[in-house]
Ligand binder design. Structure first.
Ligand code: HEM
Length: 266
């Protein structure tokens, strides 16, 4: 199963042009959902106005090479390793899910656009990337959802309580999990059995929810977070610090209470 391109076998019943159109529609839904979100929340407008205001209190004008080094640092640390999440489980779970999803999506696009015909000879690296990506997403997403969600981890809510904020992570988990089960059942060559078709339909529905739900879910954080990290790092480099006071030049004294429990009540 792991070295078989599931879209190649699928092209016997669904034409590859239909699969390719589905991927394009999903991409357009992301663009549309994000734009409507930006217009509704006015977050990008606020972001640029705030950045303009902060620039006025800049202590120095950054040279092109200083700006480039801030951009490289932001990509290498804040984005590629989600350093905002600090060291520990939260970051490890996020990296597992994030890189899993990236592999799963790249694998899907390559196999659907380049190798989705019954006669295609798919290099095994692509199905491996696709299945590995799905497994990583399921592991990272479940770890986060069952154990690390703030309302479960810090607010003692039961793990089965589902709210709108869970839409993104659950749709992401569902699409990878249903994709894996569908691929497995299809590889068994069940012929007239319905099992794999059921999971194919669930795979399609979960993708529609994931990509069609951008406006209502946390999907767009993958665009907003890098922008906010870049602005924060530029504001630190030019001394404007987003109009925040500099750290006090004094020893850190929080009292003995700080040692009683690791901070986890956000
Ligand atoms: C393919 C790209 C990405 C995927 C699939 C992804 C996935 C996720 C998921 C599933 C969550 C949990 C959402 C929830 O609270 O229910 C999350 C949270 C988060 N993500 Fe991402 N993410 C991606 C990119 C990024 C990037 C580029 C950044 C930062 C630059 C980032 C920073 C964060 C942060 C700070 C949280 C909050 C984590 C927490 O509450 O513990 N993510 N992400």
């Amino acid at each position: 199963m792991i070295t078989t391109n599931p879209f190649s076998a699928l092209s016997e019943i669904i034409p590859s042009i239909a699969m390719q159109s589905f991927v394009i529609v999903m991409g357009l839904l992301v663009v549309l959902g994000t734009l409507v979100d930006i217009i509704h929340k006015k977050n990008v407008k606020y972001f640029f106005e705030n950045a303009k205001k902060a620039k006025k209190s800049a202590k120095k004008i950054l040279t092109t090479s200083e700006k480039t080094s801030v951009i490289i640092k932001t990509i290498a640390s804040d984005i590629a390793t989600t350093s905002e999440l600090g060291a520990g489980k939260r970051r490890a779970a996020h990296l597992l899910g994030m890189y899993g999803t990236i592999l799963f999506w790249i694998g899907s696009v390559v196999m659907i656009f380049c190798y989705a015909s019954p006669t295609s000879n798919t290099p095994s690296v692509w199905p491996i990337i696709w299945h590995l990506g799905a497994i990583m997403t399921v592991l990272g997403g479940s770890w986060f959802w069952f154990f690390l969600r703030v309302d479960v981890y810090s607010e003692a809510q039961p793990w089965y309580r589902i709210i709108q904020a869970d839409l993104f992570v659950l749709a992401l988990l569902a699409s990878s999990l249903f994709g894996l089960i569908w691929s497995f059942l299809q590889s068994l060559n069940l012929n007239d059995r319905w099992d794999d078709k059921v999971f194919l339909i669930l795979f399609i529905i979960s993708n529609l929810v994931l990509f069609g739900g951008v406006y209502w879910s946390k999907f767009a954080h993958m665009f907003y977070k890098p922008g906010a990290a870049l602005q924060k790092n530029l504001a630190e480099a030019d001394g404007s610090r987003d109009n925040m006071p500099p750290p006090a030049d004094a020893p850190e004294k929080f009292g003995l209470g700080i040692k009683r429990e690791a901070p986890k009540h956000y």
